[in-house]
Ligand binder design. Structure first.
Ligand SMILES: [Zn+2]
Length: 278
């Protein structure tokens, strides 16, 4: 079996529906993504790599529909390709997007109907559709507010953190700041949706607990990148800002998945972004 980017998928929690909206894909050599422990990616039957042995991750956003609300969790990478080439890489490694808006429209949702974007963190593959590729400050989601933690915002707003190829671009920061709403632990940006701090991957990373009448889900952003990090929470992703903290966060998420009957929504997982605990 080989891995593929996940397709459009739905999860009905009762009164709240989550839909994974694909934007593109990510491919990288396992030993680049996980400098230590990459044998867990290829050797344990988890079906995480393609025919060339490259780790495959999905890239996209989660659409949340509840009553007349239309909310996105994260905003994809945009119509762009970010090369992830390292010395010694033998196959093409990249993050690539472009399909988010057409997939949203196929679901019957126009960008102007999105009334909030909840941001797990501000890496490039989570804010890419907020603006356009010309770098203008005209927002794609013209009626949206942007929810982000103060820790995440202040880190990326520092001039010395500008220019990071996997960080947000200037126009994306400007768009967020024009209608920015603060997220803190327990913030409830809409009914049944709660912010859960999941620091480590970035300084202010946050997950979202979604509580419907028939089930609960935890949208984890990049607190967990691929299923191997649930089996081995001690795995450190190459891009984790604070590795020990990221590991503590993953251990807690793995516990909640196993013990609390919550459905994990991990938008980078290949093939299916939804996982039920055992
Ligand atoms: Zn990401």
């Amino acid at each position: 079996m080989t891995a593929h980017p996940a397709p459009v998928q739905n999860l009905d929690l009762g009164g709240i529906t989550l839909t994974f909206v694909p934007d593109g894909e990510f491919r990288a050599e396992p030993q680049v993504a996980y400098p230590h422990g990459h044998e867990h990616i290829v050797g344990e039957g988890l079906d995480l790599v393609d025919e060339n042995g490259m780790l495959v991750l999905s890239v996209g956003a989660v659409l949340l529909r509840s009553g007349d609300r239309r909310v996105l969790i994260d905003a994809g990478i945009g119509a762009r390709n970010i090369p992830l080439v390292r010395p010694g890489t033998t196959h093409d490694a990249y993050m690539r997007g472009g399909a988010l808006l057409q997939n949203l429209r196929a679901l019957g949702v126009e960008p102007g109907q999105i009334d909030a974007v909840l941001l797990t963190h501000l890496h490039a593959d989570h804010v890419g559709w907020l603006g356009d590729e010309r770098g203008s400050s005209v927002p794609t989601f013209a009626n949206a507010e942007y929810w982000v933690t103060e820790e995440e915002w202040s880190f990326w707003a520092k001039p010395e953190n500008g220019g990071d190829p996997v960080g947000p671009r200037r126009h994306e920061l400007d768009i967020i700041d024009s209608r920015r709403r603060p997220l803190t632990a327990g913030s409830q940006p809409l009914d049944g949706v709660f912010a859960v701090p999941t620091t480590g991957h970035t300084p202010g990373h946050v997950a979202f607990s979604i509580e419907g009448t028939e089930g609960r889900a935890l949208v984890v952003g990049d607190a967990v990148h691929c299923p191997a990090e649930i089996v081995h929470p001690e795995l450190v992703w190459v891009g984790d800002h604070d590795a020990p903290h990221a590991v503590r966060t993953r251990v807690e998420i793995a516990r909640r998945l196993a013990e609390e009957g919550v459905t994990l929504v991990a938008p980078h997982f290949p093939d299916s972004v939804f996982r039920r605990g055992s």
